[in-house]
Design a protein around this ligand. Structure first.
Ligand SMILES: [Fe+2]
Length: 170
């Protein structure tokens, strides 16, 4: 099965600047995953233009901001919910950082984080075999229902916008 598809966004630099401008400065440093209201994005001309170019205007589900501090890896997990595909837009410090996919040899543990999100299914690294990895230097549609993790081995804080795609199959 295909795990990702890199996409070309002609207005990427303007889009990155527009997205970074709506993220509060005090949320750009610590490792975190949070959701700004979808309406913040749907008024950005660069965001609307990008959706139109990629034919994804009718497929925007939720928009998450993920911040990963230098040297940090996120736990291996599957996202919960009914949207297996995410359009990932690198916004800052993403070159040299990876999303990696894994084949686990044990069952997952559900981690409830109802106060922030819809939870996720966790796997310990030692029970997983890496099957693929993608440098997040450029935008890509990625599968988030296959176990995956994020690795930031760089000295930069990584900020990436993840647009979960509703009613979409790659
Ligand atoms: Fe994920």
């Amino acid at each position: 099965m295909k795990l990702y598809q890199q996409v070309d966004i002609p207005n990427l630099a303007d889009l990155q600047a527009a997205i970074l401008s709506i993220i509060p400065t005090n949320r750009k440093t610590e490792t975190d995953l949070f959701y700004l209201p979808i309406g913040y994005y749907m008024v950005l001309p660069e965001f609307l233009e990008m959706l139109e170019i990629l034919n994804l205007t009718d497929h925007v589900g939720t928009v998450a901001t993920t911040v990963v501090a230098p040297g940090v890896s996120l736990p291996i997990h599957e996202d919960s919910g009914d949207m297996p595909w995410s359009l990932n837009i690198p916004c800052q410090g993403c070159e040299g950082t990876y999303i990696a996919w894994y084949k686990p040899n044990i069952k997952s543990t559900y981690v409830d984080r109802a106060e922030k999100d819809t939870g996720y299914y966790y796997y310990p690294l030692e029970a997983c075999e890496e099957i693929e990895r993608l440098d997040m230097a450029g935008p890509a549609i990625v599968n988030i229902h296959t176990p995956h993790g994020v690795i930031n081995p760089t000295d930069q804080t990584r900020i990436l916008t993840a647009i979960r795609l509703r009613n979409f199959e790659l």
